[in-house]
Design a protein. Structure first.
Length: 241
């Protein structure tokens, strides 16, 4: 049994080791140098980073400011050239709400059909603002107050699709061409008929509206000119919504 009064025997101090001690000193000195370099870089980088963030923030602010001031009339709008294939076939040119706003503005009985037109444009790949322009040209949006010569056939078929092209040969009147098997068309039938006709007539033309206009209407060039003018009017209106 050990004597509790016996003092513990101290361990001898470690022997000096020149190589180990030198390497340890080098590591310590290296760490101090690295810390100094990192600290210096942080001091230099901080204002640069702050300045870069400020520059990016300022550029973003000015970009938003300038975009907010863009005025599209006079051809600045990328959708302006309706006679280009890309714009002619852009089914996302307007929303249902925007189309409805135009229909309401002109007192159309088809106000509320905006999403129907927009959806048809998206699904069939045709510019819905162009459809508005054709509707304006053919029937003034189906509003008899805007075009007193409108008949029930024009109002029911506001795009003036000739569902029965041989009506006159069959003993009918020219207005009967707008009927389907003797009955008035629905709005959806007129809309889809107009889309199918425009796309078929346009084909792969480099100027689809001009090409389609040669046969969509009997007045040919004048029809295309008017539709282009109506398209620009409604594009400008929608661009400001």
């Amino acid at each position: 049994m050990p004597n509790v009064n016996d003092a513990p025997v101290p361990l001898p101090p470690p022997r000096p080791h020149p190589i180990r001690d030198k390497f340890s000193g080098m590591l310590h000195a290296g760490k101090q140098a690295a810390d100094t370099v990192v600290h210096g870089l942080e001091k230099v980088a901080a204002p640069v980073e702050h300045k870069l963030e400020s520059t990016v923030s300022f550029a973003a602010h000015k970009t938003r400011e300038l975009v907010g001031k863009v005025d599209f009339p006079n051809g600045g709008n990328p959708l302006a050239n309706i006679d280009s294939p890309a714009v002619f076939s852009n089914g996302n040119a307007a929303t249902g709400a925007q189309i409805d706003a135009v229909l309401k503005h002109y007192g159309s009985p088809y106000a509320g059909k905006g999403e129907v037109i927009a959806k048809a444009g998206r699904e069939k790949g045709i510019n819905p603002i162009l459809l508005l322009a054709v509707m304006q040209k053919e029937s003034s949006y189906g509003n008899k107050n805007n075009m007193h010569s409108l008949k029930p056939e024009n109002i029911a078929n506001p795009f003036s699709v000739h569902f029965t092209p041989d009506a006159v040969k069959q003993g009918g009147q020219p207005i009967d061409m707008l009927r389907i098997n003797g009955r008035l068309s629905t709005f959806e039938e007129s809309l889809n008929g107009a889309i199918d006709t425009l796309k078929k007539l346009a084909g792969n033309s480099a100027t689809p509206l001009t090409t389609a206009g040669q046969d969509y209407s009997e007045v040919k060039g004048a029809w295309t000119k008017d539709v282009k003018a109506f398209y620009k009017t409604q594009l400008d209106r929608i661009s400001k919504m």
